[in-house]
Ligand binder design. Structure first.
Ligand code: CP3
Length: 342
């Protein structure tokens, strides 16, 4: 039995004494203990070595005191498992030198044996689950199909992913073929993660906000819902369609979705209304605000919890923690949630 099951209770909509708290991208480069490992091993060595991934996953639990661990990995392991070359350039971000351009490229993606190819992630989950010794739940994750399509077409990070969007709009049938292939691989992968020890899974749609509401309904939403429908009987599913608060109304109507992550572009009360007071919400502290002095962070966090309410709420950032944030400030964020009382 989990000693701290605030996150799972919240996702089941059970009553809790305070909201659970974790931070997106909490296992990473604002932590000096992570930087030490980064200096020693390259990115994919860290990801592909279960002992290293396990150590990095547990660091924020020990150091910052979050209520959940998220497995150290990356969303781009799916394109890799499908056969694409993915490089991580230190300080620059991902690079996929051979992008998807044609039907032939899509057909050459090999969706067989996904869980075997990503066995190192499943091993990392099982090892981490054991090492956590039931202290806190373990979150698994994957990239959403639209966000993965963005990287697979564009080949690198981008502000607007114009090439990827042009592909969707000029060759919609091909885009849907690619999205379907990614979706099937992701479902197999996330089922494997649940089996290997993930207590919850989150699907990161980091770039869905680049789509208009109508195009979100074409290229993002159906695939997010397909994943949630396939996983819901295995683990609770949190969707994080960043920048797409316009989708709160429709997504919150799906029983298979346990929680929705939101960024800071929507007020808590509006998000509650949009989601018909019907779903667990997660977020939405502006990660840049962790630059404020700790006492100010605490005040802002208290306001945020008041606005969302204690029940059916997971305290988190509205996107990943930034590399320059002092550990003390991350801790102030977490402590403020833990100290909250009504
Ligand atoms: O949340 C966690 O702490 C778990 C680990 C995790 C990483 N990436 C490790 C990582 C998670 C959940 C991700 C998800 C991810 N990866 C997303 C979705 C979330 C988001 O932030 O929008 C995206 C878009 C990626 C792709 C990716 N990986 C990029 C764009 C980059 C480079 C820039 C950046 O954000 O750091 C990465 C590299 C990466 N993935 C790092 C880490 C800790 C930094 C590399 C390093 O420390 O050397």
């Amino acid at each position: 039995m989990l000693k701290n099951n605030l996150l799972l209770k919240t996702l089941r909509k059970e009553k809790v004494s305070r909201p659970p708290v974790w931070m997106m991208r909490q296992a990473g480069r604002y932590l000096p203990q992570y930087i030490k490992l980064r200096d020693k091993y390259d990115f994919f060595t860290r990801v592909q070595t279960p002992e290293l991934a396990c150590e990095i996953t547990i660091q924020p639990v020990d150091i910052v005191g979050v209520d959940a661990a998220i497995i150290f990995s990356d969303i781009l392991v799916i394109p890799q498992a499908l056969g694409m070359t993915v490089l991580m350039e230190e300080g620059k971000g991902p690079l996929l030198p051979n992008t998807i351009k044609s039907l032939k490229d899509i057909e050459s993606l090999d969706e067989t044996g996904i869980t075997e190819k990503l066995d190192y992630v499943l091993k990392a989950l099982t090892l981490t689950k054991k090492e956590l010794n039931n202290r806190v739940p373990l979150i698994g994750f994957a990239g959403a199909p639209f966000t993965l399509l963005c990287y697979m077409i564009e080949g690198k990070g981008s502000k607007g992913f114009e090439k990827a969007k042009a592909f969707c709009f000029s060759q919609p049938e091909l885009a849907h073929q690619l999205l379907s292939k990614i979706t099937r691989a992701t479902i197999a992968y996330l089922k494997g993660q649940a089996q290997a020890g993930a207590d919850v899974v989150q699907v990161f749609d980091s770039w869905s906000g680049l789509l208009s509401p109508v195009d979100f309904d074409r290229f993002a939403s159906p695939y997010l819902v397909e994943i949630a429908d396939a996983l819901a009987s295995h683990v609770p599913v949190i969707l994080f369609p960043k920048g797409s608060s316009y989708a709160l109304h429709s997504l919150s109507g799906h029983k298979s979705v346990s929680g929705i992550g939101i960024d800071w572009s929507i007020q808590p009360d509006k998000a509650r209304k949009e989601s018909q007071n019907n779903i667990v919400l997660q977020g939405n502290f502006d990660p840049s605000k962790l630059s404020m002095p700790p006492a100010e962070i605490k005040k802002e966090v208290t306001k945020m919890i008041k606005a969302f309410g204690v029940q059916s709420y997971i305290a988190n950032l509205g996107h990943g923690i930034l590399p320059h944030i002092p550990v003390d400030h991350a801790k102030a964020f977490v402590d403020a949630v833990k100290e909250y009382s009504e």
